[in-house]
Design a protein around this ligand. Sequence first.
Ligand code: NCD
Length: 315
Amino acid sequence: MRHLIDPLDLSKAEAQSLLELAMRIRQDPAAYQEVATHKKLATLFYEPSTRTRLSFEAAMLNLGGHVLGFPSDIVSSATKGESVADTIRIISCYADIAAMRHPKEGAPLRASRYSRIPVINAGDGGHQHPTQTLTDLLTILTRKGRLENLTIGLCGDLKFGRTVHSLIKTMARYEGVRFVLISPEELRVPDYIIKDVLQANNISYTETHSLEDAMPELDILYMTRVQKERFFNEEDYVRLKNSYILTREKMGLAKPDMAVLHPLPRVNEIALDVDDDPRAAYFEQAQNGVYVRMALIMMLLGLTDPKTGKEVSLC
Ligand code: NCD
């Protein structure tokens, strides 16, 4: 049995097959509507979420399966003091697969050790968010036609943004990828990402405070919000929250075929008039989130792809 806790839990080849399956689903979603009949997905969300939880639920419903779960810790037995280990032992009796979001880093990993069903990390604290990365990969691939030889700018809260950490870890596996890390000093990418991922693999990267300076060289611009809930004090958040605002004017500095991604929710880091720019890919990215989650559920459960007649599974 396999889990998805860290983005590198999938080999490059497995991620490739998953993206190919997601693209087949994207072309003809109706063909997949009975693939998971009688299967149940549990969504265990101890932290707020709109897109991730609902896209997991939509994914399972689109496959003809069922969903159960809780949307916040206040309506679960966590308030009574139940441990994640006990919760997943119980959920293993009720569902075939589980997606867990938790404010504590490592909670989904711990759950996976006690689980009898596949566990998917749907975001753990400021750590990792592997299914958002699969969503980002599908969006980059469909927009640019490749995952190699890209200059990727990541802008905003690179310290607490788990989507940023997972994306860097994953994209570092593709040849010719360069990163431009755009953040205020206090919100720089954590040292472990710089040392263990970028420097350890000889990946080219630069750090800058200026979005305008970086703009002209980027193939992808990945905007992020400042992660209010991970700050220790309100004053720091207020001071940093407007560090970067992508405007139509700044878009004028970018390549004509750059793509703007954002995991969403947006606060005010992308002005509303950028939404009409054909380079804005963030709403399409949210739609892609459903296709990759459908593909992931199919692969973790070893379901049959109606298009090929073959069982899809991780090696
Ligand atoms: C992200 C998250 O939860 O980390 N949202 C999401 O899953 N789409 C990004 C964020 O909350 O800023």
